[in-house]
Design a protein. Structure first.
Length: 210
């Protein structure tokens, strides 16, 4: 049985959501953040040396990194459902979108949070993160302006990956200027599997990162 290590209020919510979308069985192990530092507990470091979520266990292996887990789940456990295969016209677009949240977006958003938590003081540095966040948000706003989901072929695992990232951007008050993006996030949140995932992995409260 697939085991999912989930940290409360974290990006591993994506994996719970993906599994609910796919209707796959899984055992959920919930680890609680330290309420003061928001760091993960020792129980997660006993799963993998990095002590990060998400992590999954399957067939005696521990797999980490959100994008790798999404590839593993969709292609190995779900016969390619919610993924796009190499022969499909949108294969390149799918891979690009799948990598975008962790590869491009989360870095500046997390640096901006840490900058705030550590008291700021370097406006040059802050200006750099801020401009990066605006650039990414504007790019996304245009990308979802004329379509319901990231790909023309419809909803995919790339939307799951981006959806939680936008929730994080929202708690950082980075969504107000982007109506198309807000509408896209509302479409994602309206999905029954999204709501089931919150019941299973939640409740989610990202306000601590605000
Ligand atoms: N690049 C990794 C990032 C993993 C990560 O930073 N996870 C956060 C959860 S949002 C975490 O475990 N934070 C707790 C900690 O570092 O102590 C991925 O895509 O899975």
């Amino acid at each position: 049985m697939l085991k999912v290590h989930h940290l409360n209020n974290s990006r591993s919510q994506r994996i719970v959501w993906l599994l609910e979308e796919l209707g796959l069985p899984y055992e959920l192990v919930v680890h609680q953040r330290d309420p003061e530092t928001q760091r993960s507990p020792a129980s997660l470091s006993s799963v993998h040396p990095l002590g990060k979520s998400p992590a999954i266990e399957h067939d005696g292996q521990v797999i980490v990194e959100t994008d790798a887990i999404i590839h593993y789940v969709t292609n190995k456990l779900a016969g390619g459902r919610l993924a796009v295969g190499p022969d499909a016209p949108e294969y390149g677009a799918y891979l690009s979108w799948l990598a975008f949240p962790e590869g491009s977006m989360m870095g500046p958003l997390v640096f901006d949070l840490v900058y705030q938590w550590t008291g700021g003081g370097n406006e040059l540095l802050h200006g750099f993160f801020d401009a990066e966040i605006v650039r990414h948000q504007a790019y996304l706003e245009a990308a979802v302006a004329n379509r319901d989901f990231l790909l023309q072929s419809g909803f995919s695992a790339a939307d799951v990956n981006l959806g939680w990232t936008l929730e994080f951007a929202e708690c950082r008050r980075r969504m107000a200027d982007y109506p198309q993006l807000a509408a896209y996030l509302a479409r994602l949140r309206a999905r029954p599997a999204y709501r089931r995932a919150l019941e299973r992995g939640g409740p989610q409260d990202l306000s601590v990162f605000g």
